[in-house]
Design a protein around this ligand. Sequence first.
Ligand code: NAG
Ligand code: NAG
Ligand code: NAG
Ligand code: NAG
Ligand code: NAG
Length: 263
Amino acid sequence: MRPPASTLFALLFGAGAAPRALAHWNYNQLIVDGAIAGSPWEYIRRPNNSDHPLTDVGSANMRCNSGASSGITLNTSTLTVTAGSEVGFGIDETFGHPGPQQAYLSRAPAGVKARDYDGSGGWARVYAAGTLANSSWAEPEGLSWAVRRKHSFLFTLPPETSPGEYLLRAEGLALHAAHKLGEAQFYVSCAQLRVTGNGTGTLGPLVNFPGAYTPTTPGVLIPDFWTYIKNYTSPGPALWPPGMKETHVVKTFPPLEEEQDDD
Ligand SMILES: *[C@@H]1O[C@H](CO)[C@@H](O)[C@H](O)[C@H]1NC(C)=O
Ligand SMILES: *[C@@H]1O[C@H](CO)[C@@H](O)[C@H](O)[C@H]1NC(C)=O
Ligand SMILES: *[C@@H]1O[C@H](CO)[C@@H](O)[C@H](O)[C@H]1NC(C)=O
Ligand SMILES: *[C@@H]1O[C@H](CO)[C@@H](O)[C@H](O)[C@H]1NC(C)=O
Ligand SMILES: *[C@@H]1O[C@H](CO)[C@@H](O)[C@H](O)[C@H]1NC(C)=O
């Protein structure tokens, strides 16, 4: 028997119970060096499934989302960004579900433009924001999340990134039903970048989508209802560049947070 709290949280955060806008999201804004780049979706491939999450980790949609395997038909532009810039993603909604936010980077094969690249090559994990620093499972809602109720996250595009054409993939993982097999929700989008600078690094370790996760990967499947788990580590390969760690404090884009403070 569960205490009543779990029923309450299931009602508040469970799929179907809450109005869609309260919980689902789309990464429609690319943020670079303190400003939103262009208009919404200009540099990010717009999925064709509204703001619905992905639950099949075995699907090729895990790369860039549904209907977003190419930037040509979507007319997505590629933004030139210097390695070492501060980059990030913004949303019109709120990160209304418990769980981490991550970013992966994949280099287009030689001679292929970011816009033409389907994301079938290797991906390095370059950012992970997990539980909030000092968060304790003993809090009323269990662990707190670094991005909870925020609308953006920012990180450094590694200065080591070699010049070239890339996809930068945002991945939000909603855990409110992840104690059930196949019920973790993935929110995914790809931005198209042309990286310049003096980086000479090689991305790695690399994973593929599908392939990076299985339905039973720890962190995709959690051992208990989310308000009851005592610790959490985001799934995925070691972060790149080597030595990079999952963060527990998220840097946000202030104008986006102010506009939407009433959420
Ligand atoms: C999204 O795009 C894919 C690939 O082109 C297509 O198979 C699918 O039917 C589309 N879905 C919707 C809802 O339009
Ligand atoms: C494609 O995108 C460019 C840049 O955002 C815009 O100027 C142009 O109007 C778009 N074309 C179509 C057909 O939407
Ligand atoms: C959070 O944890 C860090 C590291 O253990 C500690 O230095 C800091 O004082 C804590 N902050 C709060 C507000 O408890
Ligand atoms: C790349 O190196 C050149 C020569 O050292 C330097 O002038 C330039 O500022 C560097 N560019 C970046 C983005 O660091
Ligand atoms: C918590 O830590 C244990 C021991 O390291 C690990 O087996 C377990 O998977 C972790 N739980 C979560 C939800 O990450």
